[in-house]
Each structure stands twice: as C-alpha cells, then as structure tokens.
Ligand binder design. Sequence first.
Ligand SMILES: Cc1cc2nc3c(=O)[nH]c(=O)nc-3n(C[C@H](O)[C@H](O)[C@H](O)COP(=O)(O)OP(=O)(O)OC[C@H]3O[C@@H](n4cnc5c(N)ncnc54)[C@H](O)[C@@H]3O)c2cc1C
Length: 391
Amino acid sequence: MKFDLIIVGGGLTGAALAVALRASRLSVALVDSAIPARGPVKAPGWDARIYAYTPASARFLQTLGIWDRLDHARLCAVERMQIHGDAGGRLDFAAPDGGFSELAWIGEADLLLCELWESLIRQHNVTVFAPASPAKLARSGEAMEVALENGPTLSASLVVGADGRDSWVRQSAAIPARVRAYGQRAIVANFRTSRPHGQTAHQWFREDGVLAWLPLPGERISLVWSAADETAAALMALADDDFCRCAASAGEGLLGDFALETPRAAFALRFMRVDSIVAPRIALAGDAAHAIHPLSGHGINLGFQDARALAELLAGAGAWQDIGEYGFLRRYARARAEEPFMLQYTTDGLARLFACRNPLAAKLRNAGLNFTARLPPLAKALARYAASGNI
Ligand SMILES: Cc1cc2nc3c(=O)[nH]c(=O)nc-3n(C[C@H](O)[C@H](O)[C@H](O)COP(=O)(O)OP(=O)(O)OC[C@H]3O[C@@H](n4cnc5c(N)ncnc54)[C@H](O)[C@@H]3O)c2cc1C
C-alpha cells in the first residue's frame, strides 16, 4: 500500500503531526501498536498522566482546531510558580513577569489524545493501522517499506518515528542514541487537597528528589516526585494513607491534608539524545528524538514543536519535492536543533546539581535561587523560560 509518509506512533506527537497535515496534499499512514482502531477512549475519572502545556503548545493546538474543543473545565491555568531549594533557597515568579496571562496549562494527557484522534480519524488523507505492530523496515529504491506484523506492507517516501523513547524506527534505522539512566523514578498521582492551591505550581528541590505539585481544577493537584530508585520504591510501598501524609508534608503542609484521587504510578527516568533527528527517508519526533527529565515539564511541549516544524516543512513542499530526501529533511533538523539541545542540557544540569549531596553544592544552589529572585530581569527571563522554553 503506497502513501507519501508513514507515521509510526500515534501518541500526542504523532497524532498532532497527522492533524497538522490535514490540509496538505500528502497521504498519511498512521501506525500505532497500542491504540484501538477507533482511537483512545477517555477513562472515567481523572488521568494520572498530567502534563503542563506551555502557551506555545496551546497556540499550536489552537491552530489545529483542537484547543478550543477541549473541555476547559478539566484544564487549570498556572498563574504563579514557586521554586523551593533544599536549604532555604526560594524563587517566585508570576505569569505577568514573563509577559504571559498564564505560565502553563495543566491537563490530562488522555483528554488531549482523545481529541487529536477524534480529529485524525475523520481526516480524508489519513489511514489508520491500529493496533498494528511494524515488523520490518527496509529501503526499496526511492521508498521505505514498513511491513506490519500479520498485515500489509506499507510504502512511502518518508517514515516518521514518533514512537516514544524506545523508538522502533530509531533502532531499525540504526540511528545511534546516547542513553543515560538517571537512576531515578518519577512517581505520579493526583490528590484532593484540603486547602485551595490558588493556581500556583510548586517545585521543591529536596534531598530525596524533586517534588512538583501542579494545580488542577478545583481543590486538586497532580504530584510528580522524581526520586532515586530506592527512595521511589519505598514511597511506592507505603500504604495509601501514609503516602498521602508523606506527600502533603514533603511540601511543607502548604495545601493541608491530601486524599488520593488516582492510583500511584512510577516511571523510570532516562536522558536520551541522538546526533541527528533525520537520516535518509527517516525523521524522528517527540520522545523518539529526545528524552528529557520531567522536572522542567517540557517533554511533550518539545514534541508539539517538532510536529509543528515538520508539518510546516512537509506541507510547504512542492509537488516535485522528494520529501524523504536527506537534504530536504536537514531543514527540519536545523529548525529543531537549538530548543531541544538547550532544554535537555539545562534540565539535565539542574537534575544533577540538585542530586549532588556535597554541602558546598547545596549552599551554592540555594544561594543561586535567592540571588536570582533578587534580580528581576533574570526572574523575568525564567518566567518566560517556564512558559515558552525560550529565554
Ligand atoms: C512522570 C512524567 C511526567 C511528565 N510530565 C510532563 C509535563 O508536565 N509536560 C510535558 O511536556 N511533558 C511531560 N512528560 C513527558 C511526556 O510524557 C513525553 O514527552 C510525551 O509522552 C512524549 O510523547 P510522544 O508522543 O513523543 O511519545 P509517547 O507518549 O511515548 O507515544 C508513543 C506512541 O507510539 C506508540 N508506539 C510505541 N512503539 C511502537 C511501535 N513499535 N510501533 C507502533 N507504535 C508504537 C505507542 O503506543 C504510543 O502511542 C512527562 C513524562 C513523565 C515520565
């Protein structure tokens, strides 16, 4: 079966790319191994996978016609952010400091994924193969072929790997990746709190890891606690009541008592970077192209900007253009060189600086937070960075 491009992976990045190509002349095959053929179904209750979406991501999703269709009663705008060091350091910033009306939007991953799929399955130029697993990737003249397990062989000028951090496309195309385990797990859970959060996000750089509280609609928060493997295992082993007490007191009891609203889940954290996100007839996007520590909350925001940049390039190509040609794909690689690099290394540096148990490092990083707080231009730049990923 022939297409112009095959997207492997229909998570938020791959689905956003497919929707962003809706007005193009390109025929698209979308392959996902885990999502049902008619698209994901929103489970009742709250999803524990909560992401912070930057204003830039909201604008991109708005251009796709997705943002306004989301149930805004399930999104919370972050107006302020407080960062707490592990020895008295403190940095506060508010959306107006960076020139934004909100620093980020907090919302469920499945809410957005369902909306993207609802749009793409109605698209005339997208054919969905799901659930379907690719078995073989091979070059055939001027095309790439993706043979599906127990299914047809798909052929296209370009294959996009949007299949997550263990990307089958990246590995099948032998694109080398530098992977480093952080030796940490991120625990996520949603809570009801006994005090209102005032649309403020908090982050504590604690001795036992990085703790984030992200505000959700009502008196609810999402917790992301990145901690060393042993600490995370101990937190996961606590009884629910003990975990609630521990999570509430780890944040200085600022929001009173906690009651769990979703079960806990834990994710192993890794840094992953490739030298090039393109190869002849291959492009990578989202976590397949770069994996980042969740402390900056920018992973999927990078994925959306990859999808935006790649869709712009592909949709703008003339009918004569071979969209899998390496020289052409290099334009996408150049457009996406700086932002992921900056974010990956800044976030990685912070993760390592605050994981360092040396007392001198502790003094320096807390003094750094307090010093930054006293320099309004720097605090403003940080507010802009939180909201957009750009200084
Ligand atoms: C604890 C935690 C908190 C986070 N918080 C934030 C946050 O606040 N803000 C933020 O921006 N980011 C956050 N992230 C990062 C975010 O989760 C990822 O960046 C995002 O999920 C990447 O989306 P993706 O579509 O690129 O990949 P994925 O979400 O991994 O999707 C990959 C898709 O490919 C499919 N697939 C996989 N393998 C195959 C295959 N072989 N064949 C076919 N299909 C395949 C999968 O079924 C899936 O649908 C967080 C991550 C963690 C772990």
